[in-house]
Every structure is written in C-alpha cells, then in structure tokens.
Design a protein around this ligand. Structure first.
Ligand code: GDD
Ligand code: MN
Length: 396
C-alpha cells in the first residue's frame, strides 16, 4: 500500500481501453481497486468516500484503493474528492476532460489501478456499500466475477416506477435476444456494481458504449466462475440520475456492436469482406496473366497464380482483422507461419474445388468464365470460412 501521500490528480490514460497486467510495484500493491465513476456527485462524494472506507477498513485495511474518475463535473466533484485525499491516503482521483461516459470512466480507472481485484460502484450511494463484503467473499471463494444483482434473492429496486422497471427489464430482454450467451450468464447484466479478477480481463481491449460496463466485461473477458449477490438498489438522496434517452440509443449501439464483433456472425461478415477484396485481387491478377491484351498465359496456370496471390492477401487481412482475437493469443512468427500454411492448405483445397467448379460451370454448364469464377468463389468462401474456423484459427 502506497503510504507516501500526494494529492496529485491521476493523469487520464488515453488510447485503447486495454487493461494492463499488474505491474508489481510492492509499495503500491493492493488487493482491491474500487472505481467510482462520478458526474455531478458533489453532494454525495464526501459521504461515499467515508462509508466505503469504513466498510473496507473492516476487512482489508491498507489493502485497497478508491479511484474516483470524474468527468470534469460542473459541480467540481473532482475538486471535492481531491480535498479529501489528505484524510484518505488510499483515495486517488482522476479528472477527465476529453472523455465522457460511465463505462469508459470505469475502464480508465482500472487502467491506472494497482489491485488484483477490480471493482465498480456508483458514487451516489444507490449501491449499498456493505454488499462489497459479500462480493469480496465471493471472489475469495474463487469467482472470476462477483455481481451485485437486483434480481436474485434479497435483491430488488426501491420504489422504481413502472416505466423505469419496464425500461430496465425491456432492455435486458433485448439483450437476451441479441446476446443470449452473454445476458444468459447473469440475472442482472445491467448492474453497475461488481468486482472482477484482474487477470480475467487483462489483455482484453474493451470497447464500451454508454452505461453498461458489465456486458463489456462479460463479452470480452475470460470469465468462467460467476457469483451473484442480492442487493436492493437504493433511492438517490442527493443529485439526480444522468440516464437519458441517449443512453438507451448507446445501449442499442453497444448490443449491435457486440453482436457483430462476437460469435461467428460478425466474423463471417469480416471474412466475407476479406474474401471480397481477395476476389478483386484474384480477378486483377487473372486478367493481368491471362487476358490476350496482357501476358496471355493459360487459363489454369493464370488462375492458380492469381489465386495464390489472393490467398496471401486474404491471410494477412484475416490474421490481423477477422481472427485477430485468436491470433493475438497465438503470437510469434512460428505460430503465424503455421497459420499461413494451414490457411494455404485449406485455400488450396478450396482452389481445387474452385477450379473444378469453374470448369464445371464454364465448360459443362456454359456460363461466362467470369460469372462461373464468381459463383465458384462464393461457394468456396463459405467452405473456407468454416474449415479455417475449425483449423487455422482454432481458439485453443
Ligand atoms: N465519470 C462519469 N461520467 N460518471 C458518470 C457519468 C459520466 O458520464 N454518468 C453517470 N456517472 C456516474 C454517476 O455520477 C453515478 O455515480 C453513477 O455513474 C451512476 O449514474 P446514475 O446516473 O446515477 O445511474 P442510475 O442510478 O440511473 O443507474 C445506475 O445503476 C444501474 C443499476 O446498477 C447505473 O450504474 C446503471 O448502469 C445501472 O444499470
Ligand atoms: Mn444512480
């Protein structure tokens, strides 16, 4: 635990939302880093820091840090938090001026955190601080992720009106439809109150939108054990909720972005785009080699050369874009070369299929050779995608 006191503000990180591995600096090491995103919480910040410190001093004294990430609040929440630092040596404060948003605030806080366990809690006392103790117990028992949930035993919301309840439940239902594999894993995917083991999300580049940081963690983290703890979402005492219609639009955008980037549908789209680019490369090289106005090489020889150039082009795009989440886990030239060989093999098998299909469609069925080539390429692309997924970029 870092005892040298400073009331310097934390410089906000920029760039990708990538959670770094823990940099072992003994004097700064803590068990828990709890991020509190704030916007206009000037009337709450004193109390939340005091109550959180009282609760955590009971169980992990000197072994936690509170990180307030404020987005340049007009009520100068960041300044009030900063003035509390002499009293709370475990308190760190970040003032962001160029970014806004609850989710990204939590991520920026985690990027500068020293804890093995990363947590998030609202700064308006609607998340009961004593639940932290139950979340810590769940993590100690081996959970990668411990979520405070309103929808399990001992959970609930205070007196939310019907509209707010239906909006929250409706949003959750939509998430279940679009991302069943993610939303189906927890009872309250909208929760903003949870703890996650750092090594479950290190190396994952997050890309959130709006308020729902938990679905981002569930989607991109390496989460196997999940625990849930019931809590009752409290009534706000001071200030007001920042939720607006824009957050619902962001939420929809977030779901669609996750839908496209997760699972194989998004990947197939990307693979298709790469294949499309490869078609142009294939066609251009075929034209350059075979056409009477250029080199006039034989059709099959031209086709094989054109296809090989397109294969290498496609491998580079697939390795760095379509399957980047897999290839980044299998880095190194040796691994990359193996993937290129497998990709080449799959594509060569696909090429044989392609040439057979091209000749079948051109010589037997009598289609124009370019149209025949196009149909052959599309059919073989689907074949290639499936086999590559199973062979070349198999997530080990
Ligand atoms: N840094 C930063 N930037 N903090 C923000 C921003 C922002 O743009 N918007 C809101 N916050 C902070 C608020 O100051 C508060 O501490 C916390 O994020 C939650 O914001 P509220 O506006 O109070 O959200 P809510 O109470 O309607 O909903 C909360 O609870 C739900 C149930 O857990 C949010 O956490 C929801 O995401 C969550 O689903
Ligand atoms: Mn709130």
């Amino acid at each position: 635990m870092n005892n040298e006191y400073s009331n310097e503000l934390l410089p906000p990180p920029s760039g990708l939302f990538l959670i770094p591995d823990l940099i072992p600096v003994p004097s700064h090491a803590v068990y828990l880093s709890l991020v509190i995103p704030t916007y206009n919480e000037g009337k709450n910040i004193n109390k939340i820091i005091r109550v959180l410190s009282d609760v955590l001093d009971e169980v992990i004294p000197e072994n936690y840090e509170l990180i307030v990430v404020d987005d340049n609040s007009p009520d100068r929440t960041w300044q009030i938090a900063q003035s509390l630092m002499p009293q709370y040596p475990h308190l760190r404060v970040m003032r962001r001026r160029n970014e806004r948003g609850l989710s990204t605030a939590v991520l920026r806080g985690w990027q500068v955190a020293n804890g093995q366990i990363l947590g998030a809690i609202d700064g308006d006392l609607q998340h009961p601080p004593e639940i932290l103790l139950k979340l810590l117990v769940a993590i100690d028992r081996g959970a990668d992720l411990a979520v405070a949930s309103r929808h399990v035993e001992q959970g609930g919301v205070s007196d939310w009106n019907l509209l707010r309840r239906s909006l929250s439940r409706g949003a959750q239902l939509l998430g279940l439809v679009l991302l069943p594999g993610i939303f189906g894993r927890v009872s309250d995917p909208m929760s903003g109150y949870f703890m996650v083991r750092r090594n479950a999300i290190t190396g994952c580049t997050m890309n959130p939108l709006g308020y729902k940081i938990l679905i981002e963690v569930l989607s991109r983290g390496k989460i196997s054990q999940i625990a849930e703890v019931g809590y009752v979402f409290q009534e706000r005492q001071e200030g007001n909720s920042k939720v607006s219609w824009k957050h619902y639009i962001d939420y929809l955008g977030h779901l669609l972005r996750l839908r496209l980037s997760l699972g194989q549908f998004g990947r197939l789209i990307r693979f298709g785009f790469v294949g499309l680019g490869g078609v142009f490369v294939d066609m251009a090289v075929l034209y350059l080699l075979h056409d009477t106005s250029t080199l006039s090489l034989g059709l099959t020889r031209s086709k094989i050369l054109a296809a090989e150039v397109a294969i290498i082009n496609n491998f580079i795009w697939n390795d760095t874009w379509t399957f980047s989440d897999v290839s980044s886990q299998q880095s190194g030239w040796n691994q990359r070369f193996k993937r290129l060989l497998k990709f080449n093999l799959v594509c060569l098998m696909g090429l044989i299929l392609n040439v057979l299909l091209l000749n079948l469609l051109f010589n037997i069925i009598g289609l124009h050779y370019l149209l025949a080539n196009l149909i052959a390429i599309v059919s073989v692309t689907l074949w290639n995608f499936w086999i590559n997924l199973k062979l070349s970029w198999r997530a080990t």
